[in-house]
Design a protein around this ligand. Structure first.
Ligand code: PMP
Length: 462
């Protein structure tokens, strides 16, 4: 069964972010079902999903309440749109719920089908806002190198992933990128707080280069997710806020990953006290059970769009899709009723931080960091204390070993990252850390210079 599916997959399916040829040769792993924090593949292996799918299954797998919410809404009204002065109860109730959960100045939401569409919407709204304010020359958006804001043309242009720009260019004009606050990768020789301030200064320098009258917005994730679970030094965000306020520039905080409890608050902006103007969301909004995203819009922008805007020529067939909205609403209600976010903040985040930090004594680990239920390990060559030779692809090796041993841990270069479902228990966190250590051990053995002719220890078979 799994072999024939693999053959069909190879024959017909082009996977996202994948070297099609290499995957075809290797064959894909088929995930058949899931329960709680575990996924099960076609061979019957149970794997702890340390990435909550793609950072989205916040409530964990197998929640019947979400299945029921979807089925009931499908029977009631499987589809209708929100164009042309119509709406439906799930979209309205979800909008109300989101605005109640968000900081007080965020009182409107524009729905999309994904995080990428949310960021396309951001770009259009930001430029529209300044045009309505009589300042159409305010066009530039400043993003960050190694930031991720999606894979549509606007999403990848706002993001700072060089390989995506190389393949997808030319990017949308009027977007520029400044350095990221990745202390381990780019500032290890400096005091972390001084480095954080320097990264904020880079924004000010770019504003002055472009001309402050031409800069519309700055966009960033509270903690870079896809870039490698990068928590900025504590000095960074306060300094960034001060720069943006000085030049009257909108702040867009991409909460697609950090929203809905990941950092121990409903929004990462709350953790860092950011008061953003626009907030793209997706993923954990529905715990990934159905695709839905959106942009929370602060009063400053919403008042202008509503009072002075006229028709906004933008929207998607599935903006606020009733079934997706019903599931998202139920997901938020369950998270609230079960105190999921508070538990991450008060109990699970601090517990993971303690347990994850124990990995820093491993010879392969240069830094172990975490915030809420997001963590990263920076791999280093124990012989030199520096990064491994890129050609060794140590991160990918560690990821593959980890998966085979029963833990989904992702690699971004030689940074290993985790973001498990928010319903993980302490015992399961222990299991996650044990499996991560075993994966590191096996990676170290595989990377160690091999003694000629000495038989290699048999690793656990596939
Ligand atoms: N923004 C951020 C911060 C993300 O992490 C992602 C997806 N990983 C996106 C936007 C794009 O979301 P989607 O894949 O739903 O289009």
């Amino acid at each position: 069964m799994s072999h024939s599916l693999q053959a069909l997959d190879r024959a017909h399916h082009l996977h996202p972010f994948t070297d099609f040829k290499a995957l075809g040769e290797e064959g894909s792993r088929i995930i058949e079902r899931a329960e709680g924090v575990y996924i099960f593949d076609a061979e019957g292996n149970r794997i702890l999903d340390g990435m909550a799918g793609l950072w989205c299954v916040n409530l964990g797998y197998g929640r019947e309440e979400l299945v029921t919410a979807a089925a009931e809404q499908m029977r009631q009204l499987p589809y209708y749109n929100n164009f042309f002065k119509t709406t439906h109860p799930p979209a309205v109730k979800l909008a109300e719920k989101l605005c109640a959960l968000a900081p007080a100045h965020l009182n409107h939401v524009f729905f999309t089908g994904s995080g990428s569409e949310a960021n396309d919407t951001v770009l259009r709204m930001v430029r529209r806002y300044w045009a309505l304010k009589g300042r159409p020359e305010k066009q530039w958006v400043i993003g960050r190198e190694n930031g991720y804001h999606g894979s549509t043309v606007a999403g990848m242009s706002l993001g700072g992933m060089a390989p995506m720009h190389d393949q997808g260019g030319p990017c949308v004009p009027g977007i520029t990128h400044v350095r990221q606050p990745w202390w381990f990768g780019e500032g290890r020789d400096q005091d972390p707080e001084a480095f954080g301030r320097k990264c904020a200064t880079a924004i000010e320098e770019r504003i002055l280069e472009l001309g402050e009258e031409k800069v519309a917005a700055f966009i960033a994730e509270p903690v870079q997710g896809a870039g490698g679970a990068i928590m900025p030094p504590e000095s960074y965000w306060p300094a960034v806020k001060a720069v943006l306020a000085k030049y009257d520039i909108l702040l867009v905080v991409d909460e697609v990953i950090c929203g809905f409890g990941r950092l121990g608050e409903w929004f990462g902006s709350v953790h860092y006290d950011l008061a953003p103007d626009l907030v793209p969301i997706a993923k954990g909004l529905s715990s990934g059970y159905l695709p839905i995203g959106g942009v929370l819009v602060g009063d400053r922008v919403a008042d202008t769009l509503v009072e002075e805007g006229g028709e906004f020529f933008h929207g998607f067939t599935y903006s606020g899709h009733p079934v997706c909205a019903a599931v998202a609403l139920k997901n938020l209600e369950l998270m609230e009723a079960e105190g999921v976010v508070e538990r991450v903040r008060d109990e699970l985040g601090p517990y993971l931080a303690r347990r994850w930090a124990t990995l820093s004594d491993h010879p392969l680990v240069g830094e172990a960091r975490s915030l809420g239920l997001m963590g990263a390990l920076e791999l280093i060559d124990p012989a030199s204390g520096e990064r491994f030779d890129k050609a060794l692809a140590a991160g990918n090796l560690c990821r593959d070993i980890s998966f085979r041993r029963g833990l989904v841990m992702r690699s971004v270069g030689d940074t290993m990252i985790i973001a498990p479902p928010l319903v993980i228990t302490r015992e399961q966190i222990d299991e996650l850390v044990t499996l991560a250590r075993e994966a590191l051990d096996e990676t170290a053995r595989r990377l160690a210079p091999r003694v000629a002719d000495e038989p290699q220890p048999e690793e656990r078979p596939e």
